[in-house]
Design a protein around this ligand. Sequence first.
Ligand code: PMP
Length: 284
Amino acid sequence: MNTVFVNGEVIDRVDAKIDIEDRGYQFGDGIYEVIRVYGGNTFTMKEHMERLYQSAEKMKLSIPYSEEELTGHLLELIDSNQVKDGIVYLQVTRGVSSRQHHFPSKDVKGSVVAYTKDLPVPLRQMEQGVTAKLVEDIRWLRCDIKSLNLLGNLLAKEEAASDGHFEAILHRGDTVTEGSSSNAFMVKDGVIYTHPVTNLILNGITRRVIEDLCRRNAISFQEETFLVPDLFEADEVFIASTTSEVMPVIKINQQVIGNGKPGSVTKKLQALFSERKREQSPVK
Ligand code: PMP
């Protein structure tokens, strides 16, 4: 049986029901997280939960469980579905109320839903690298909130995917911001550059792990904006996310990056990342 978490209960997925006046459904008025499970253990769960509560605070949304309670429910769900390598998806909306733009009264409780999915690590792509398309960043100015409202991201991803690319790398004016569902990095002369944590990007958990790995391994990591021409002249480009880990980008639009193969800094980070996963997720 595939089980899901719906407002306090772990139930069979086929029995799950969402009200059509849920504000998540009607407005995208909610937030979410995607947390990795490796070998049956969660990876960076604490960081994801903290970001969820930060997103909630930024949009004045009240989550009807404490962080500890919610973490416990997710672990129960992972256990119930015997997830080995996969993800747990969690979303919280502002609840069910008659459609109106302003927030419902305080007694309307947020809706909390979670499900799990088996998802292998994309090893072949991580080894060979992927291609990306540059797409204008037309999103709103609070990309730091992990909001359910992803239309700008979806349009960008679709534009890239319909041309056969793995990811859309976004630019606001000349400045590269991030991927449509990942953070973006470039390497030049051994230094990693990535957009600073501002309202224009999501503060990725994978990005934070990478920053930490760089610090501990004397790899130069610069939170500095870089421009579209810099990207094309980079030695290496990679993207990073919970589901894609450290993913080399070997071509952007039709232009080859570096020597057209995953670069040495990217490969080093992949190795360090795998090590970190093993440390945090001992085989049961
Ligand atoms: N930026 C955006 C827009 C994303 O959707 C994601 C994936 N959630 C990321 C960055 C990477 O974040 P994380 O490493 O926490 O998955």
